[in-house]
Ligand binder design. Structure first.
Ligand SMILES: Nc1ncnc2c1ncn2[C@@H]1O[C@H](COP(=O)(O)OP(=O)(O)O)[C@@H](O)[C@H]1O
Ligand SMILES: [Mg+2]
Length: 378
């Protein structure tokens, strides 16, 4: 991160105080893990206690958005009571006391404080096979892969649902080109439909800047509601776009229902693989098989000539797949039309079906259903 941007971010955060304690959010590290990319995407963690005003999240966001050079801000709200001390988060052992929510460890003796008993998973036979698409980090193309897999399966004749459970950046509606509140009929939420896929998103129901509700029990409620109260009809597969990392949404999904498998999206860079590995292990630990790894932005493909032009990083997807002993399902090129398609609601398997990115995504989709033994469409 550029020194100067870092300094400007710190400066912008400095005046913010917690009204409850009067203490500086920055100095007391209530705002922490400040990270920025060279193109100005900023991500911070805000620790909120139960008595803290959730409006703080908005203030932090606004303060950061006002900084010169910042193009995008993401504030991850974490429960202060459950946060590891700063810097210790990455190295925290999986068996830290229950209540640390990063890694669900079922059946372990609980330390204090005792979390509520996990609900019993409910099966929803009408939803077909539920597939979680997850990644270690944001921005690796998880939603891009999810939307394209969903559409590719619909094109192949499967009945497909798509649930956007990314509580931090629910952007599936935009990528799919729909933006309307889902109607409610006979007490059932009607999913929207785009490109042959039925979809529902947190983005339809929740406004930005309402971070206080992203707490465990409420995430659980929303996910359960999406499974139970949405009029999905009969599906063959339901793809779930998870938030990055290993948080409440992952835990909620596996506690709410039985998940057939997880697909892990990563990029070739080593650093992404570290987080992705942790995410994959979390699914394993709760009995969800990892179906395979998709490496996205594997190489640059010229939009003019279609030729591979350069390689970024190297082989991260393959290494992760080997580590997990699962197949590398595909290597998707970094191909500008993928982004352009997503921006106008026409994912690449629709807007550029002949491109190698689209073909590879189509192959990944079929490999996934084949692996799960989903019956061929009638
Ligand atoms: N293979 C690709 N080629 C070009 N752009 C891509 C590709 N995959 C993703 N993108 C773009 O990168 C950005 C991040 O992708 P997104 O799917 O939103 O990531 P995530 O869901 O992991 O946060 C988006 O603007 C998306 O359009
Ligand atoms: Mg996303």
């Amino acid at each position: 991160m550029s020194e100067t941007l870092q300094a400007r971010l710190a400066e912008a955060l400095a005046p913010l105080a917690n009204p409850r304690t009067g203490a500086s959010l920055y100095q007391t590290q209530q705002v922490r893990d400040i990270a920025a990319t060279r193109d100005g995407k900023v991500r911070v963690t805000l620790l909120l206690g139960t008595q803290d005003d959730p409006v703080l999240a908005r203030q932090v966001r606004q303060a950061l958005e006002s900084v010169e050079g910042v193009t995008d801000v993401r504030v991850d709200v974490k429960d202060a009571a459950q946060a590891a001390p700063s810097g210790a988060a990455e190295s925290a052992p999986a068996s830290k006391p229950a209540g640390g929510r990063t890694l669900p460890v079922m059946g372990e003796p609980a330390g204090a404080p005792k979390p509520p008993a996990p609900p019993t998973p409910v099966s929803y036979p009408g939803l077909g096979r539920i597939i979680a698409v997850s990644s270690g980090k944001g921005g690796v193309g998880k939603s891009t892969v999810t939307t394209n897999l969903a559409i590719a399966l619909a094109q192949a004749g499967y009945r497909v649902g798509l649930m956007d459970a990314d509580i931090y950046g629910p952007n599936i509606p935009r990528m799919m080109g729909v933006d309307a509140a889902p109607p409610v009929k006979d007490e059932k939420i009607q999913p929207l439909e785009a490109h042959g896929v039925k979809l529902i998103s947190l983005g339809f129901l929740i406004e930005r800047d309402q971070p206080a509700i992203w707490r465990g029990p409420i995430v659980m409620k929303i996910i359960t509601q999406f499974l139970r109260d949405v009029d999905w009809g009969e599906l063959d597969v339901l793809l779930v776009d998870m938030p990055p990392g290993t948080g409440d949404a992952q835990l909620s999904l596996v506690q709410a229902t039985s998940v057939a498998g997880a697909v892990i999206v990563t990029t070739p860079q080593e650093v992404a693989v570290g987080d992705a590995l942790r995410g994959a292990m979390m699914f394993r630990r709760v009995g969800v098989p990892v179906l395979g790894v998709v490496e996205n932005m594997s190489y640059f493909e010229s939009p003019e000539t279609g030729k591979p032009m350069a390689i970024f990083g190297s082989g991260g997807g393959k290494r992760l797949a080997d580590e997990l002993k699962v197949p590398l399902l595909g290597e998707i090129p970094l191909h500008p039309p993928v982004l352009e398609g997503a921006d106008r609601g026409a994912p690449i398997v629709v807007s550029g079906a002949a491109s190698s990115a689209a073909k590879k995504l189509g192959e990944v989709a079929l490999a996934v259903v084949r692996q799960l033994g989903v019956a061929a469409p009638r």
